[in-house]
Ligand binder design. Structure first.
Ligand code: NDP
Length: 432
């Protein structure tokens, strides 16, 4: 707090981690070391750089590029790039810390990092996006590589952007390797990477439910977001027989009391991929109600899956969910619930699945993409999905083992299991 008083998101994430682990760490005297924790909370390296580019009208712009290389004790720094006007060092530092614990939880040899730019891709032409990506890489290629720092996508950075970024990385570095994940299949991407985070959220949720003798079939689910994570969580939830009643975007939410279907999902993908607003769904289908400027947490549901962005669910939203009988909340996005909301949910008896465990499927398949690239192989969708399922099961098992068998505290379980793995690697490498 004293060093970076304005880094409020980072303080929220770090405060939550320290709160979770401080008591149970007494059982691990070798790793209960405040100097070690202090090092964990300080990024190994932060890179900031200027990204100058020229738009279609010939006007010059300058954006900020960032990379927070948080912790490399377990492997190359790994974490996505986000292009969004809200990006700053505070947001990326919190994401990098979450990513470090999450990557450790997967059991794969991955360090943690996060980067991106305050560039807003909305409304930009394909040429502008490409020029921006190339300008970003003109500097960033110096700091990354398959064995040092392996970025991927995040909000505003999908397969198209990864393609442009990777192309420039290959050209400048004169190499074709697994320096990026989330690549298109045509040049080294992995099947199932696009689906992995959303599917993984549902696999994790199903384990949480099974742990209490419950199943997803027939449950009512509210999802926020209409991007990669939300749409694939919706698709997998439908496969499991859930009734999903909402989706949202930054302008409002849609509600379908009878439940969204594959047809709705197809239309949402078309609307969002074309840069449209989710509200257009109500123009295309009867039975879809659009709530402009609102969030979906006042709707009655058994399960809530916030899959949009950080702090999208506050204290009042949490109260509304508890009052409406919501029993499980699983974070698809990174830190979508404010600290006060998490407390209200847990006090209200909602079983809380933190994002660092539940949304780890994306980075897990990125890890599998790195393995495929270094072995010059590509695995079938079935094989990757099977490995993803196994990884999500293992993450769930680690949460239960560290968060209590009987009434599992998933937040403590995820934080403790992730911390222990990173801390052990850091301790073994000396004071660095
Ligand atoms: P996308 O950019 O594909 O989608 C983000 C969605 O969130 C959009 O529907 C967007 O609406 C909505 N949104 C953005 N800002 C707000 C806001 N302030 N209020 C309400 N809604 C908002 O991103 P992803 O689906 O990839 O990522 C979503 C979350 O999941 C992020 O927290 C990301 O870090 C996390 N995550 C993603 C992974 C992945 O593999 N993609 C992996 C692990 C975590 P609009 O369309 O109007 O902008």
């Amino acid at each position: 707090k004293e060093r970076d008083p304005h880094h409020e998101y980072f303080q929220q994430a770090a405060g939550s981690l320290l709160k979770s682990i401080s008591r149970p760490l007494r059982n691990y005297p070798d790793l209960n070391d405040s100097a070690l924790m202090e090092r964990l909370l300080e990024p190994e390296r932060v890179i900031t750089f200027r990204v100058p580019w020229i738009d279609d009208q010939g006007r010059a712009h300058v954006n900020r590029g960032f990379r927070v290389q948080m912790n490399g004790a377990l492997g190359p720094y790994k974490g996505g790039l986000r292009f969004h006007p809200s990006v700053n060092l505070d947001v990326l530092s919190f994401l990098a810390l979450e990513q470090t614990v999450k990557n450790a939880l997967t059991g794969l040899p991955l360090g943690g990092g996060k980067g991106g730019s305050d560039f807003d891709p909305k409304g930009r032409s394909d040429d502008e996006i490409m020029l921006f990506c190339q300008a970003f890489m003109a500097e960033f290629h110096h700091h990354m590589g398959a064995d040092t720092d392996v970025p991927a996508g995040d909000m505003g950075v999908g397969p198209r952007e990864i393609g442009y970024l990777f192309g420039m990385y290959r050209k400048l570095g004169r190499r074709h390797d697994g320096g990026f994940t989330g690549k298109q299949l045509a040049f080294g991407g992995s099947l199932m990477r696009v689906e992995a985070t959303g599917y993984g959220v549902i696999y994790f949720l199903e384990h949480m439910l099974a742990n209490q003798g419950e199943k997803l079939d027939g449950k009512t689910v509210a999802i926020s977001g209409a991007g990669n994570v939300a749409r694939h969580a919706l698709a997998k939830a439908l496969d499991s027989g859930a009734r999903v009643v909402t989706l949202s975007d930054s302008q409002g939410f849609v509600e379908v009391s009878k439940g969204l279907t594959a047809k709705h999902l197809e239309a949402v993908a078309e609307i969002k991929n074309g840069g449209g607003r989710l509200g257009e769904l109500a123009d295309r289908f009867s039975g879809v109600r659009y709530h402009k400027g609102k969030r979906p947490w006042g709707v009655r549901c058994d399960i809530a899956l916030p899959c949009a962005t950080q702090n999208e669910l506050g204290e009042k939203d949490a109260d509304a969910l508890v009052d409406n009988g919501c029993q499980w909340l699983v974070e698809g996005a990174n830190m979508p619930c404010s600290a006060a909301a998490v407390k209200r949910l847990r006090d209200g008896g909602v079983v809380f699945g933190p994002g660092k465990a539940a949304n780890a499927g994306g980075v897990a398949v990125s890890g599998l993409e790195m393995s495929q690239n270094s072995r010059r192989e590509s695995w079938s969708a079935g094989e990757v999905d099977q490995r993803l399922r196994e990884i999500m099961e293992r993450i769930h098992r680690r949460c239960v083992d560290h968060g209590g068998q009987r009434k599992t505290d998933y937040l403590v379980g995820a934080d403790l299991a992730g911390y222990l793995r990173v801390a052990e690697a850091m301790a073994g490498q000396g004071v660095l």
